[in-house]
Design a protein around this ligand. Structure first.
Ligand code: SF4
Ligand code: SF4
Length: 452
């Protein structure tokens, strides 16, 4: 495909204020340095499924040179939004922002099939923004697993035969075997060491159900390091999935509710707004951009975003206590795309892991290559997602690590599905974990050693 500089826009196709910014589109100089970093270009092998090709499509739409056909839409839909291309790009093209803007336009243009739109409204607008409904769904999952129904469904393979999309969701479902996390738990854990700061924990929509122990470990780790942690009860889903899908209206509503919950109009703001899920963290840091045109919220959104810290980032920033407990284990660390490529947090999680006595960090060949999870991508683009995961698992298993650790619930679910599917020979690898849980474990083992 030859890529020429587009003529100046005549009649714009864009409908909303969220349109891709023409100046940002113009930053791409077609050098192609991003191609090798792109998992979909690697998998599908066509220019239009590369960052450069997708930017050319956006520019084609912007200038009116091309029509927004289903084929064009498919190339946008097939992007993982992993942002590996941003890391590789010497011209600093803000690809993630451009793709979100393009998806916002696709949403406004009604470019999705009707069925997809109905499902989106039911789940993304009718379920995710409501913590009580999410909790009810979590209990439903718990019942499905505890009664053994899930095991029967998987053994018979019937779901895969008659409803493969549902089988994909079933395969990616978390194990609901721990009490769900409640926001009031955080405030009940008081710092055991002199208090030197105050943080508010973003609990999110999925984490309290899928990984409640990660939240418990986060609160224990920070209180041990002298940070009092609270989790505002009025908080809701951060809206990352909505923004990535193009539903910016819903994303803005959720952002405003969180700003009201975390930073009520007073001077008494927390020192940090803590997040242990990379995808949510990168979106929370974008609240200022999301609400840039809202006169009532733009300043508060920018102030909120400036306080957001990924847990590893904040631990290193405040200087955390080295643990004394030994964990004799070899682990490998998977950089979540939205922590490494979007937030540029790479060394902090490794610093946390390397602080643990006995733990060996065995690096993958490409630890920051996407695992194929990408929000709901693993469900809506399951074939590409599975191929991307297969490559990731090859890299994981080649490290001979006993456990894989990462920093995002979507990645943990995807890697667990990968372990179940690809770790056939060894069947040894336990479920994936979060670095903060390993640090918490090392603190606990250290305490036990001291009390003996
Ligand atoms: S975000 Fe990821 S999948 Fe999309 S174009 Fe960039 S590198 Fe490729
Ligand atoms: S590396 Fe950047 S400038 Fe070069 S083609 Fe890719 S997006 Fe464009």
């Amino acid at each position: 495909m030859s890529i020429a500089s587009p003529p100046p826009p005549s009649e714009t196709i864009w409908l909303t204020e969220d349109r891709p910014d023409a100046a940002e589109l113009g930053l791409c100089v077609h050098c192609g340095f991003c191609l090798n970093a792109c998992p979909t270009y690697h998998d599908l092998g066509v220019e239009t499924d590369s960052p450069r090709g997708r930017i050319a499509l956006m520019r084609g739409l912007d200038s009116g040179r091309i029509e927004w056909s289903p084929r064009v839409q498919q190339h946008f839909d097939q992007c993982l939004q992993c942002r590996a291309c941003e890391t590789a790009c010497p011209s600093k093209v803000p690809y993630g922002r451009l793709m979100e803007a393009t998806r916002a336009e696709a949403f406004a243009h009604d470019k999705w099939p009707r069925r997809q739109r109905i499902i989106w409204r039911l789940i993304m607008r009718g379920l995710f923004p409501y913590p009580r409904r999410m909790r009810l769904a979590g209990y439903g999952l718990m019942l499905y697993q505890r009664t053994g129904l899930q095991a029967v469904v998987r053994r018979t393979g019937l779901l895969r035969r008659f409803a493969p999309r549902l089988a994909d969701i079933d395969e990616l479902s978390p194990v609901a075997d721990k009490p769900f996390y409640a926001t009031n738990e955080a405030g009940n854990v008081r710092p055991t060491h002199p208090v030197r700061g105050r943080a508010a924990l973003v609990t999110g929509c999925m984490m309290p159900l899928a990984y409640p122990e990660t939240h418990r470990a986060t609160v224990r780790v920070f209180t041990r390091n002298g940070i009092a942690v609270d989790a505002p009860d009025a908080q809701v889903c951060c809206g990352a999935l909505h923004a990535h899908g193009g539903d910016v209206e819903a994303a803005r509503e959720l952002a405003k509710r969180n700003i009201d919950a975390f930073t009520p109009e007073s001077d008494d703001l927390p020192d940090a707004i803590l997040i242990n899920a990379a995808g949510c963290g990168s979106h929370l840091k974008e609240y200022g951009h999301l609400l840039r045109n809202d006169p009532d919220y733009k300043e508060r959104a920018a102030a909120f975003a400036a306080r957001v810290r990924d847990v590893h980032e904040y631990l290193v920033e405040i200087g955390f206590e080295s643990p004394h407990g030994r964990i004799e284990r070899t682990v490998t660390y998977q950089d979540s795309c939205h922590l490494s490529h979007a937030q540029n947090v790479r060394s902090a999680p490794r610093e946390v892991l390397r602080s643990i006595p006995g733990l060996t960090l065995s690096e993958m060949r490409k630890p920051d290559k996407c695992c194929g999870s990408a929000g709901i991508y693993s469900v809506v683009q399951s074939e590409i997602s599975q191929r991307v995961l297969a490559e990731k698992m090859e890299d994981v298993l080649a490290t001979n690590a006993e456990q894989v650790c990462t920093a995002n619930p979507g990645c943990m679910l995807q890697l667990d599905a990968g372990i179940a599917r690809f770790d056939d020979e060894r069947r040894m690898m336990p479920r994936s974990t979060h670095a903060i849980e390993l640090l918490d474990e090392a603190y606990r083992l250290g305490n036990e050693g001291e009390s003996r």
